[in-house]
Ligand binder design. Sequence first.
Ligand SMILES: [Zn+2]
Length: 125
Amino acid sequence: MIQNCHCGFQKSFSECCEIFIKGTEKAPTAEKLMRSRYSAYVVQAADYLVNTTHISTRKYHSKEDILNWSKSNQWIKLEVLNTTENSVEFKAYFLDSNLIAQIHHEKSTFKKEKDCWFYVDGKFF
Ligand SMILES: [Zn+2]
């Protein structure tokens, strides 16, 4: 039996998001980048989250904040609701530091530069 990746795909983490997080391959689509960024929160890969944030908005996302947020929550699952070429709407389910169930609902915007997808910003619901 295959353990699903953190992002929900029916593939192991090592065959799915870890390929992108390790830098073996570049995420080919905005959705795959978004999924790998969710998995990066699960495994606390803060450098990957910083490096895949577009340079225009990177200053708003410090490594320390990312690490704190990824550590203080228990990530339950990701649900991708809608995707276009450069946007992904999703819900991330997690328990916060008080073990309260939370849903982070966001429509993220992405930009491709020199064959690399970057997270630009998001609209929160
Ligand atoms: Zn994955």
